[in-house]
Write a protein that binds this ligand. Structure first.
Ligand SMILES: [Zn+2]
Ligand SMILES: [Zn+2]
Ligand SMILES: [Zn+2]
Length: 719
């Protein structure tokens, strides 16, 4: 309806639009009204047509009404355009919708299909038994020559069904048959169907909760169980799984002592562990309020490094969420979490989640089983190791070891922030120089890790021998980066000099176009400090046991399958955490069978399901060993190298306009905005200052002060 006013027709078209167009302002009287405010610029587009008379519209149904009418925050109903200005329509209150919605239309049965085409989950054996028994019973009771059976009654029990049959040719109907197997409890009353319980063992290992599971079932034309029923069973299964897993971890801690005995060591000989904590938040800091923690749940895991089999031997879940508490509070009851009965939280909502406390809990559970800890590998973030130390498992002195992966990442960040001059790295502009700096940082990081691994293998992790050798290695590495590989063959370990030196073999240097680094003596000493972050005396001491938190990181990724960071499982978080721990310790197939046995719902032996579970377990074990094979690692490195080459090649031809940069279109505050004009004025002021005459000498200065009219000036007497 909007018409662009242009050239000489501008005024005339506007006038004519006012008379003819149906859209515009609703209640403006033309008498005495001047368009636009004298002081404020009108928000209404000049070209928008104006309508002075409003028109009654036919009465709309609810669907059309909600599409046309918008309600303002004050409760006023408007029919606005894109500028928020009302059109000329006068709208009557809505009438009910005429037709059925799509979901309503599906409530009417289809004459051709009938209800019986829905899917049901039935026990095949029990189903056949029902039909056979009914057939015999029917034959015994009636003289009906040709029985025609149909479902007479059915009752849903979660996923399962009780059904009875009837004959359409006579008045026969059977009793109800349970078409599912039940859990033997040894008590009277209704017993749970195995399928309903086993379902939650499966769901625990997925991101799917009860709501989405009902979604899946309805999509499969299968009647979904009630939400409440599903939730109630999920809670029971979660607590059973949690208990079983905690018992299993206790058994594993006892087994570690047995391993010591079998190795000819004292039973309480200390072991090494790695500890890390995972928070259920993608960004730890709360961006909205006072900058506190954003996470509401944290799970810490302790991996044993006693054998080559990495196993979780202890864990701690800190949970701030309590659905019961929050619902009671919303009803006005004064309850405090975690002090009330049935509370799922174990940390008050106002308290920050602390890795120290998580570490202490882990330490205490290890101490209860008399497992002594010598070294704890953690990242550099928090104090889990001190927590374990304070719990004093079996009175041992526990020492922290740095995680090598996190140490490398810290080294990388420090190289990026180091005070290297801009021209140290080649490049035609600042962006290219920063990119080269990044490549260099990545290279130093990788090289230090390679040196660290090689030197440990060469000297069989002998700390003294490694410490004696390392100064020469660092000097050779610095020479190599300066462009001289003379000492490389003897000392550098990873560079052999000659034509195939480090510059040629590294993934990040020549392969990505970085051919030299211009280092002065001071840059060299800065770089030496950065290399010593990883290979210096202190760093080597802190990483002498070669422990990493890599198993913990991989467990953290596995937790995301059961506890996704964007879904809050307030009540069953513990069950889900335990389910993941069991899966990691035993493998997917074996863990599932154990968990099913624990809730008395084992799968059928010798069937297709058993074969599928076997296959699942095999796949997991194969994947684990496959990733560790040297050939696979080599292939992964080569792929990474190729990807980097492709990236830098493509980057040369790419437009810089459509690059994603955070907040690039948002305005900065006026005080921080440096426009071209302000930059010029700053330059001018600086130039004037440079060429300004020297400041007045003391005599002139004192003269000017003395010449002031007020005699009691504080400086007057001194001068
Ligand atoms: Zn019959
Ligand atoms: Zn509570
Ligand atoms: Zn070299």
């Amino acid at each position: 309806m909007t018409e662009t006013a242009n050239n000489e027709n501008n005024e005339t078209s506007k006038l004519s639009n006012r008379k003819t167009s149906p859209v515009g302002r609703m209640c403006k009287s033309s008498r005495g009204f001047q368009q636009g405010h004298p002081y404020f610029e009108s928000t209404h587009d000049e070209t928008t047509e104006t309508q002075h008379s409003s028109v009654w519209m036919p009465r709309l149904d609810r669907e059309h009404f909600s599409r046309v009418v918008q309600e303002t925050s004050g409760g006023l109903l408007t029919v606005p355009d894109a500028d928020g200005i009302s059109g000329s329509s006068k709208i009557l209150r809505p009438r009910p919708n005429r037709g059925l919605t799509l979901t309503e239309s599906y409530l009417q049965p289809d004459e051709n299909r009938g209800l019986s085409s829905e899917m049901r989950l039935l026990n095949v054996e029990k189903n056949a038994q029902m039909w056979n028994e009914c057939y015999v019973e029917h034959a015994e009771q009636n003289m009906c020559p040709s029985p025609q059976f149909q479902i007479y009654q059915e009752q849903q029990v979660g996923l399962c069904w009780k059904e009875s049959l009837k004959c359409v040719n006579c008045d026969y109907h059977s009793p109800m048959y349970k078409l599912y197997s039940e859990i033997e409890t040894g008590r009277c009353g209704q017993r749970a169907a195995t399928t309903n319980v086993a379902l939650h063992i499966g769901l625990q290992d997925t991101t799917t909760g009860t709501t989405k599971f009902r979604h899946i079932l309805t999509a499969m034309d299968t009647p979904p169980p009630s939400h409440t029923g599903l939730q109630r069973t999920a809670n029971k299964v979660a607590s059973l799984t949690a208990q079983a897993t905690m018992d299993d971890l206790r058994m594993r801690r006892q087994r570690s002592k047995e391993t010591n005995t079998l190795r000819g060591l004292p039973e309480d000989a200390p072991i090494n562990i790695s500890v890390d904590v995972r928070y259920n938040s993608t960004n730890l800091k709360n961006t909205y309020s006072c900058g506190g923690q954003n996470a509401s749940q944290a799970v810490g895991t302790a991996f044993s490094w006693q054998t080559d089999q990495r196993e979780i031997i202890a864990f701690q879940l800190d949970n701030k969420l309590c659905k019961l508490g929050s619902s009671l509070r919303s009803k006005g009851l004064n309850v405090t979490c975690p002090a009330h009965i049935g509370c799922t939280a174990n940390v008050p909502a106002t308290e920050p989640l602390s890795e120290y406390k998580i570490g202490k809990h882990i330490g205490e559970s290890l101490a209860r089983d008399d497992v002594a800890i010598k070294y704890v590998a953690t990242d550099g973030d928090a104090l889990a190791s001190r927590g374990i130390q304070d719990a004093k498992p079996a009175g041992m002195q526990t020492q922290r070891q740095s995680d090598t992966t996190h140490l490398s990442q810290t080294q990388f960040r420090h190289i990026m922030k180091a005070s290297f001059p801009a021209m140290m790295f080649p490049g035609e502009n600042a962006a290219r120089r920063t990119e080269n700096r990044r490549l260099f940082a990545e290279d130093v990081k990788t090289r230090c890790q390679m040196v660290y691994t090689s030197v440990h293998m060469l000297h069989n992790s002998d700390e003294t021998a490694i410490a004696r050798r390392m100064p020469d290695v660092i000097q050779a590495t610095l020479n190599c980066y300066s462009g001289s590989c003379a000492s490389c063959r003897r000392h550098a370990i990873v560079c052999r000099g000659g034509r195939r030196n480090w510059w040629h073999t590294s993934l990040h240097l020549k392969a990505c176009g970085l051919t030299r680094v211009n280092m002065t003596d001071s840059d060299r000493s800065t770089l030496q400090g950065l290399i010593e972050m990883r290979l210096g005396h202190v760093a080597l001491h802190m990483t002498r046991r070669r422990l990493t938190t890599n198993p913990n990181e991989s467990a953290n990724r596995a937790f995301s399958a059961s506890l996704p960071k964007n879904v809050k499982f307030s009540r069953n978080a513990l069950g889900r955490v335990c389910s993941v721990i069991d899966r990691l310790n035993y493998g997917a197939g074996e863990s599932m069978l154990r968990k099913l046995e624990n809730v008395q719902c084992p799968i059928t032996k010798g069937g297709k399901v058993a074969r599928a579970v076997k296959r699942m377990q095999q796949d997991v074990m194969y994947q684990r060993s496959y990733a560790r094979q040297p050939a696979v690692r080599q292939h992964r490195r080569a792929t990474k190298s190729q990807r980097m080459k492709d990236y830098f090649e493509a980057k040369q031809h790419r437009s810089t306009l459509d690059v994603y940069r955070k907040r690039q279109l948002d305005r900065t505050p006026a005080s921080q905005t440096v426009t071209a004009a302000t930059a010029t004025s700053v330059r001018t002021v600086r130039r004037r200052r440079r060429h300004a005459p020297p400041p007045p000498n003391d005599t002139e200065h004192s003269y000017s002060l003395r010449s002031r009219k007020s005699a009691d000036h504080p400086y007057a007497s001194k001068l």
